[in-house]
Write a protein that binds this ligand. Structure first.
Ligand code: AMP
Length: 280
């Protein structure tokens, strides 16, 4: 496994792989890797990638001043070991300053789909994400890029950007990996005390209950949202949103919907968790 700090070296290694006839897979992450991230590596392989590149970059552009950039977990040695044991071929850990050169003043921003839900509560977040992902796509070149549906809106925003800008990237959204008790794996779970960890299960419980109601024929968005809110309100300190939305546009559903996704963001203690469930 090759580990590079220089984005240009990363670009050259991806290009060299393609010249050898390899299909390149890309897994962008912020590190503190867990099984959710590593499942994306496996998915890249099952999508035909013969050369898998993973990036570890805690992107300051996607954090607001009051958010957790400073305390975001950094576990580089363990991350590299996990990558090695999962058969990753190339890891980019960009040197400080190498992603945003002095004088950087370019932003890649997607429109309407970024304005709802996460976009309301984190207004500059998606522009930070799309700017860095666009740069990572440019560095990697043609590839299959795998994102987790854990960040459901992010995945849809990146799909939109890729389509709109004709980027030569195949974007895959991989299902959420959960703990046995239903908690979605997240780097931020390590902030949780044991007591908060137990309370955090309220989201998965609410989503599960809404899924049961959906299966029984409930299509009313407010009623579905109320089912989710019950256990979340009981266990969390505050809720940013519970959205019942159309899976592609992320607009609220109406009563004739045949599919939906429920998106949740809520705070337990100092930790903000997001989760979602696709209903079909
Ligand atoms: P992050 O390091 O949190 O930016 O996440 C990097 C990628 O891993 C994103 O595409 C996430 O959606 C994905 N990811 C994070 N947690 C999970 C999970 N539990 N299941 C599937 N994908 C995940």
């Amino acid at each position: 496994m090759q580990v590079v700090r220089d984005p240009k070296a990363f670009r050259e290694a991806c290009e060299a792989a393609r010249v050898r006839g390899e299909r390149v897979g890309l897994v962008p992450t912020m590190g503190a890797l867990h099984e959710g991230h590593l499942s994306l590596v496996d998915r890249a392989r099952s999508e035909g990638a013969t050369f898998v590149a993973l990036t570890i970059f805690v992107n300051p552009l996607q954090f607001a001043a009051h958010e957790d950039l400073g305390r975001y977990p950094r576990t580089l040695e363990a991350d590299l070991e996990a990558c090695r044991s999962r058969g990753v071929d190339l890891v980019l850990v960009p040197e400080d300053g190498s992603m945003y050169p002095p004088g950087f003043q370019t932003e890649v921003a997607v429109g309407g789909i970024t304005k709802r839900w996460e976009g309301v509560h984190r207004p500059s977040h998606f522009a930070g994400v799309t700017t860095v992902v666009c740069k990572l796509f440019a560095l990697t070149g043609p590839c299959v890029a795998v994102f987790g549906r854990k960040d459901y809106q992010q995945w849809r925003v990146i799909e939109r950007m890729t389509l709109d800008l004709d980027l030569p990237i195949e974007v895959i959204g991989h299902p959420i990996v959960r703990e046995e008790d239903g908690l979605a794996l997240s780097s931020r779970n390590r902030y949780l005390s044991p007591e908060e960890r137990t309370r955090a299960l309220g989201i998965a419980r609410g989503l599960h209950a809404a899924n049961e109601a959906w299966r029984a024929g409930m299509r009313d968005a407010d009623a579905l949202a109320a089912i989710v809110r019950g256990p979340v309100e009981a266990a969390f300190d505050s809720i940013d949103y519970v959205a019942v939305a159309s899976p592609r546009s992320l607009e609220p559903i109406d009563g004739s919907a045949t599919e939906a996704v429920i998106l949740v963001a809520a705070h337990v203690g100092r930790t903000r968790l997001i989760d979602n469930l696709e209903l079909a």
